[in-house]
Design a binder for this molecule. Structure first.
Ligand SMILES: Cc1cc2nc3c(=O)[nH]c(=O)nc-3n(C[C@H](O)[C@H](O)[C@H](O)COP(=O)(O)OP(=O)(O)OC[C@H]3O[C@@H](n4cnc5c(N)ncnc54)[C@H](O)[C@@H]3O)c2cc1C
Length: 386
């Protein structure tokens, strides 16, 4: 299975993939549907992942991680998503958009304070940019922070924030220069969950990734020490954008995992389901669909691992990350829809656990740049090339 992919992985990466796969199959598969129904993970889920080292594959060794590259994160998320896209998105917010900017831009003191606990799954992280009035357009950020003496005073709100309520630290995009136009003058400020003036709103009740907490954050004269600025003042957006390419690779990874999960379930079902005296796999209407689904998943996987390798080689990969995200997320939507068709009526039954994947992968065409935004990015590159 997955010869294309195995060929691209060295022994260390295969070990990470196998460990994540074993955990996903043994610990997550049996409870994934229940997590979706209950809209939450069981207590201690992040700590379990931390104990196995799966949260720190990309964190430098001096902070307790394995010091591996982007591809290691891709493999972890893909395997988690094969059974639970909810868990994959929460882990992505923690290890990628949460830890990524800290690894690259935090001060030594900030890193020592947060990263070892984040690797252990004790300090859960969250990244907050989106606001009720602005998603794709970060220039619409209204939440602002003003320096008063030794403290930042933050006012505003954020919406659709993953790990809301679960996180111990929130990396919050705040306008720090209110005169600056558009997306300029934004900084990243670290807000601990117990900061005065900070509150988490109700969880979103949503179609996709139900077990992952997504919610609103409120800042009402919220005060944090001035040392909680992460990276350069007013340079928060470039920090976010530099991480966005990686984020797109990571969302591709859990789209591939989600599609693979639906494919596996559809194949198992098709082999056992009989119609007109034959297993339904005997009908080309079904077997050709399975062939196309498997091929699409492999194409996306090859793209995704290649883009991760570009990132790990330190080469530019914005164009490729946007292409990969667009292809992998739309592919997952198609593959999960076809999986439902193969199961017939049972496909839309909660019990058969394919409709969960269909619901879950839909959000992937929205987060980390919608499909339309990624088409904009790709077309800008291509129009410049010829
Ligand atoms: C499950 C989930 C988890 C999330 N987690 C986080 C998180 O942890 N942190 C965070 O900050 N955000 C998070 N988000 C928010 C996410 O980043 C935004 O939803 C996304 O950026 C899109 O913004 P929007 O939903 O406001 O849509 P809008 O920006 O309002 O877009 C609406 C529609 O208009 C289209 N559109 C907008 N601009 C253009 C354009 N220029 N050209 C063509 N079409 C355009 C879009 O493609 C879309 O179809 C999450 C979202 C979801 C669904």
């Amino acid at each position: 299975m997955n010869k294309f992919a195995d060929f691209m992985l060295d022994e260390d990466l295969r070990d990470v993939r196998d460990l994540a796969r074993e955990f996903s199959d043994k610990e997550i598969a049996p409870i994934a549907l229940e997590m979706d129904r209950n809209h939450e993970f069981p207590e201690g889920m992040f700590e379990k992942l931390g104990e196995l080292g799966l949260l720190g594959t990309r964190v430098p060794e001096e902070y307790g991680g394995l010091g591996m590259g982007v591809l290691s994160g891709v493999l972890v998320l893909e395997e988690l998503a094969r059974n639970s896209c909810s868990l994959a998105i929460s882990v992505q917010s923690h290890i990628d958009i949460g830890m990524g900017p800290l690894i690259r831009h935090a001060t030594e003191e900030q890193k020592q304070m947060i990263l070892p606990g984040a690797v252990e799954g004790k300090n859960i992280l969250s990244f907050a940019l989106t606001e009720p009035q602005s998603g794709s357009d970060a220039g619409g950020t209204i939440t602002h922070a003003v320096l008063e003496g030794d403290e930042w005073v933050i006012n505003g709100s954020k919406s659709w924030i993953t790990n809301a309520g679960d996180a111990k630290y929130y990396l919050v995009a705040c306008k720090t220069d209110r005169e600056a136009k558009g997306s300029k003058g934004i900084s990243l400020i670290l807000v601990p969950s117990d900061a005065p003036g900070f509150e988490v709103g109700a969880k979103e009740v949503k179609m996709s990734v139900r077990a992952s907490s997504t919610g609103q954050l409120f800042f009402s004269d919220c005060r944090v020490p001035k040392e909680n600025l992460v990276g350069e003042l007013h340079r928060g957006l470039p920090i976010f954008l530099e991480g966005l390419d990686e984020g797109r690779v990571m969302v591709s990874a859990f789209s591939i995992g989600g599609a693979q999960g639906a494919l596996e379930r559809a194949v198992r079902y098709a082999k056992e389901r009989f119609a007109f005296g034959k297993p339904i796999t005997a009908f080309q209407g079904v077997s050709f669909k399975i062939a196309e689904m498997a091929q699409k998943v492999e194409i996306a996987r090859c793209m995704c691992y290649n883009v991760a390798k570009l990132a790990d080689a330190g080469l530019p990969f914005s164009r490729e990350a946007a292409m990969c995200k667009l292809y992998a997320t739309e592919m997952a939507d198609e593959v999960c829809r076809d999986a439902i068709q193969i199961l017939g009526a049972n496909g839309i039954s909660e019990e058969y656990d394919v409709e969960r994947f269909y619901r879950d992968v839909k959000m992937m065409t929205i987060g980390e740049g919608t499909s339309e935004i990624n088409k904009m990015v790709i077309s800008r590159f291509v129009l410049d090339e010829y």
